[in-house]
Design a protein around this ligand. Structure first.
Ligand SMILES: [Zn+2]
Length: 682
């Protein structure tokens, strides 16, 4: 199963289902996901079950050779349940209980709600356990989505207390860890601790970080609770869940742990009210690489964009070639199966304009033709790279704890953890160097170079592992605001960067939050990269040596063994180091004392690649991405033109062209939004 669609037979007359199934087979569709929002259809009244319609839909699809993944419908508790038990509805931060009418109108700690799930999910699982058309399950849908404010109900409040008691053991330990002596916040019992509902001003940062951890753990527990039911009832079926890239409500490393593989909802041109996202090529690539990194294995796209999207307002229509491009990009970054959302654009409900492959009319058109062609050309090749990973030599440490702590206290109002992560990622991506995202407890020994931006919270164990990695020969980059706090979000009383000083060969004696504008940085002439300096792709001019910029923050460094690579070029700390290098054991530790602007990031990354001997896969023009999947005997290069103009690149002549690519004077010619896939024997 390599290609599929999300299908909602309950939205269409039964007499249409056979036509849909036939059109799907004609397009090369081998799997559908169904029923993840259909609780009211499957249990129309308490204890009255109706699976006949779904049995029939599965049978109609099976006749065309199409398998089914079923969703547990727990993102949409039915109206009869809410009428009986309104306490299932979640409570917002301002104390208002939200109403029935959207989706995810459920509190995930509610024992009443879990009771309904405990009854329904085993019955559904038992019903479909032996149906040969069913192959696996998706738990719920996009957990953490639609929970912008999480839930502040009494049940969650009590669950928060239990979570804190388990974490700290005693109220005295919590008071100490949080520093509740400040503003008379000491607690006599866990029951006194509030949820972070509105106060006259701000909550304790330690409370806020634990609240984020608690709510993440609650979502993980809610998933696990259902996974256990499904494993018990359907041991032969796989279990997955659809993640959402850089969403931050749940620690996706934790959420991935209980699943056979993760799945992704991937909308390169998403547009819903209030969000105006126009992600760059590198942001899209980062999203897919982060998703692969949650389990360090290949994955499914469970919702791949198939048309313009939107609820009340719409995003732009994918241009001819873009659906194929985005499909290939997903595959390139590690997707083994692509399921398009959705089969046919719905006539009613919130998502009437979240377009599917088929338009409202149900008549196949341009999008159907493009997806059918894409599936036909890719299907014969998909088994070749199944399970294959990029073979990255570079890792970026991405941590939910760091992200949450810096959301609570961003220092500079524009500082964003995920954004800074993407600044570094973008420079490697534009250089066509594969990157893995790793968690803060990952084994780093397989990487030549590790970047750990904004490592704001540390533990002695984490510091020791980083020191071990470098002393054994690794190259590590740490940046501004490293080792400021302990894991409880309390400042550690020491000179920064604390127990990482020896590793970095420096101390930080002062710092400056750049509220009055950027700071200049000069790259030291004797530290120039050995090759002629290349302007970043798309840059209008080559930066002069002192035109680089420090953004948002400057650490002011005193060297203690490290050497300076770049220095500040203005302010009272003019001439002091901004980027440093220190030899430690067999390896090297670098420190970047600011958020570098794009040219400085590019230059620094170029320097790091030279120092570590990491070679980019290929040279390409701006907006052309190269991604690798390395199988046992062969490696596959996906060359993706994200721009609306054609491009040409040189590729090694011995590489085999898999998609009938066009060669022009020995050079590969890519159409607007064009794709090439090349194979080389290892
Ligand atoms: Zn709740």
């Amino acid at each position: 199963m390599h290609f599929g669609v999300d299908y909602y037979p309950e939205h269409w007359p039964r007499e249409r289902w056979a036509t849909d199934a036939s059109l799907m087979r004609e397009a090369g569709i081998e799997v559908v996901r169904m029923a993840e929002f259909a609780w009211a259809k499957m249990e129309p009244a308490p204890g009255r079950y109706d699976f006949d319609w779904l049995d029939e839909a599965i049978e109609v699809l099976s006749k065309e050779g199409i398998k089914t993944v079923l969703g547990t419908p727990t993102a949409t508790p039915p109206a009869w349940m809410i009428e009986r038990h309104p306490e299932i509805l979640p409570v917002r931060q301002d104390g208002v209980r939200v109403g029935f009418g959207g989706r995810h109108h459920d509190c995930q700690s509610s024992e009443t709600y879990r009771g309904y799930i405990r009854r329904f999910v085993p019955i559904m699982a038992q019903h479909f356990r032996d149906n040969g058309g069913v192959v696996g399950w998706q738990v719920d849908n996009e957990l953490g989505n639609s929970h912008q404010q999480l839930c502040y109900c009494d049940s969650c409040h009590r669950a928060f207390h239990s979570w804190l008691e388990k974490r700290y053991g005693s109220i005295d330990a919590l008071n100490e860890a949080w520093g509740t002596v400040f503003w008379s916040q000491s607690y006599d019992s866990f029951e006194q601790i509030p949820t972070p509902s509105p106060t006259p001003n701000s909550h304790n940062p330690s409370l806020l970080l634990d609240w984020r951890r608690f709510t993440s753990d609650l979502i993980v527990d809610f998933l696990r609770f259902q996974v256990e039911i499904l494993r018990n009832e359907c041991p032969k079926h796989f279990v997955t869940h659809n993640f959402m890239g850089f969403y931050d409500k749940t620690d996706y490393y934790d959420l991935a742990r209980d699943l056979d593989f993760i799945s992704v909802s991937y909308y390169p041109r998403i547009f819903i009210e209030g969000e105006r996202l126009a992600p760059s090529m590198t942001d899209l690539a980062a999203t897919l690489d982060l998703m692969r990194g949650t389990k360090q294995r290949s994955f499914w796209i469970m919702e791949q964009q198939a048309g313009p999207t939107g609820w009340e307002t719409l995003g732009s229509t994918p241009r001819p070639g873009q659906l194929r491009l985005w499909t290939c990009q997903s595959v390139a970054h590690g997707a083994d199966t692509i399921v398009y959302f959705r089969w046919r654009t719905c006539l009613f409900g919130t998502e009437q304009y979240w377009h599917g492959i088929l338009p409202h009319s149900g008549e196949p058109g341009r999008r159907y033709d493009e997806i059918r062609t894409t599936i036909r050309e890719l299907t014969p090749h998909m088994p070749k790279w199944e399970g294959a990973l990029p073979g990255s030599e570079v890792a970026i440490l991405y941590s939910y704890d760091q992200r949450w702590a810096l959301q609570i206290q961003p220092h500079h109002p524009d500082l964003g953890y995920a954004r800074q992560i993407r600044v570094y990622y973008g420079a490697f991506c534009r250089a066509n160097v594969p990157v893995d995202f790793v968690s803060d407890d990952a084994d780093l020994s397989c990487y030549k170079l590790v970047i750990a931006p904004l490592l704001f919270l540390t533990t002695p164990e984490l510091s020791d592992r980083l020191k071990d990695y470098v002393s054994q020969g690794g190259s590590l980059v740490l940046t501004m605001r490293t080792a400021v706090k302990d894991w409880n979000n309390r400042v550690v009383p020491r000179t920064l960067p604390g127990d990482l000083s020896e590793l970095l060969g420096l101390t930080i004696t002062d710092y400056d939050c750049l509220r009055d504008g950027d700071q200049k940085i000069r790259w030291d002439a004797n530290q120039a990269p050995t090759g002629a300096y290349q302007a970043p792709k798309g840059a209008s001019s080559v930066p002069t040596d002192d035109s680089f910029k420090a953004l948002k923050w400057c650490d002011i460094i005193t060297l203690d063994g490290a050497e300076s690579l770049a220095t500040y070029a203005s302010e009272y700390y003019e001439g002091s180091p901004a980027i440093t290098r220190n030899t430690f054991g067999k390896g090297t530790a670098y420190y970047i004392a600011t958020e570098p602007d794009t040219p400085l990031t590019e230059r620094t990354v170029q320097y790091l690649l030279e120092q570590t001997g990491i070679v980019p896969i290929l040279e390409t023009p701006v907006d052309v991405e190269v991604v690798r999947r390395r199988a046992k005997k062969s490696e596959y290069l996906f060359i993706l033109n994200h721009s609306a103009v054609s491009a040409e690149i040189s590729v090694p002549s011995q590489w085999k062209h898999l998609l009938g690519e066009k060669l022009k004077d020995g050079r590969l010619a890519l159409e607007p939004f064009g794709v090439a896939v090349l194979e080389a024997q290892l």
